[in-house]
Design a protein around this ligand. Structure first.
Ligand SMILES: [Zn+2]
Length: 366
């Protein structure tokens, strides 16, 4: 893990290593010998500059009050894990979702808005399930395939319209996409055509699916949990894809599914369980975000979180961790109209911040 680190309230920020940019200019023997005795003033200036760089670098690595890093994952968890469900199968509505809700977990549901099984539970898919925090994703309208660009466009658009009406009142929004598995010859569009249509509708294709299917690649909760462990070991993101759960097709038996969820609960302190778009947004934003910290009157820090990703699609909060003075026991945190209180733990305070122009003001309390 290489968290982004910003320096303390020195006015100098540095996303990435937190080291001074001039560390690539060592005072080599050659460099020094070019100075004649008359150049001592310049030499002295360079020595002072090098010393200053060393001082700033120590400040950043030192974790001085105000030093702020962008957490690798939401809530400063070690890894991210995604539970994905294909085909809007009714057993997901009946059996899988209630088990997720019991454990306050969310999944990503790759629906076919034009299929019979979707229409049979339309109100659930379009009202009840999104209200539980579940993420709807595009698996094409009918799951019957596409043999040319026009058909692909139609299959993707119709499903996407149904999803956008639910999640954003029809406005453009990132949606995850999963290619449907169809009989040979029913999906003959090229990768270029797929990329063209996905780009047009702001769809994000999920990572390569090989080795991630329950009941096809993964048998039983122990095999599925190996992917969870892999995510934790690498600090990365992993996922499992289900079809039927306790019924329907390519069925994962319900006891196995429940067992996996209970195993996830046991490592929840390390795991951010989230939808694919939530993970994609976080990952994209954190890679192009930086923080700048200034101090105000000894009792406050002002943190600016900037992000180079398009704010129209990448507006999800990032988790920041700021080191605070030893005398602070709790903090009041305000960004725009959002306010929260946080307890200081191990000398740091953790909070969510939306990238953009609104500063986060952290006020310490003894
Ligand atoms: Zn499918």
């Amino acid at each position: 893990m290489a968290p982004n680190v910003a320096m303390g309230p020195t006015g100098v920020s540095g996303a990435g290593t937190g080291r001074c940019a001039c560390r690539g200019l060592p005072p080599s023997a050659d460099a020094v010998t070019v100075f004649r005795p008359g150049d001592t003033a310049m030499l002295r200036a360079i020595i002072v500059l090098l010393a200053l760089c060393a001082f700033l670098a120590v400040q950043a690595d030192d974790g001085s009050p105000g030093a702020t890093r962008i957490a690798r994952w939401r809530d400063d968890k070690t890894a991210a894990f995604m539970l994905m469900f294909d085909d809007s199968a009714s057993s997901q509505v009946k059996f899988a979702i209630p088990e997720l809700v019991k454990r306050q977990m969310v999944g990503t549901f790759y629906v076919n808005a034009g299929s019979g099984q979707y229409k049979a539970f339309k109100d659930d898919w379009e009202k009840r399930i999104p209200a539980m925090g579940m993420e709807l994703a595009n698996h094409t309208y009918t799951h019957k395939g596409a043999t040319d660009l026009a058909k692909l466009d139609e299959e993707v658009l119709l499903c996407n319209e149904a999803i956008l009406n639910v999640i954003s009142g029809g406005r453009p929004h990132l949606v995850s996409f999963g290619i449907p598995g169809v009989p040979k010859g029913a999906w003959t569009v090229t990768n270029e055509q797929i990329a063209q249509v996905l780009g047009k509708y702001h769809l994000i294709e999920r990572p390569p699916v090989g080795g991630h299917f329950a009941s096809i690649d993964l048998h039983g909760s122990d095999e599925m949990f190996k992917l969870v462990q892999k995510a934790i070991d690498s600090g990365g993101a992993q996922f499992v894809i289900f079809h039927g759960v306790g019924g329907d097709w390519l069925t994962e038996p319900l006891p196995d599914f429940i067992d996996l969820l209970d195993k996830l609960v046991a490592v929840r302190d390390k795991l951010w369980i989230a939808g694919h778009i939530a993970v994609h947004q976080y990952q994209t934003e954190r890679e192009v975000a930086s923080v700048q910290v200034t101090q105000g009157g000894g009792k406050q820090f002002k943190v600016m979180l900037s992000c180079k990703a398009d704010p129209a699609f990448f507006d999800a909060p990032l988790t920041l961790v700021t080191r605070v003075p030893a005398s602070w026991k709790k903090c009041h945190i305000v960004q725009g109209t959002a306010a929260s209180d946080a307890v200081v733990e191990q000398g740091t305070v953790r909070y969510d911040a939306v990238p953009g122009t609104l500063p986060v003001v952290i006020t310490g309390q003894p």
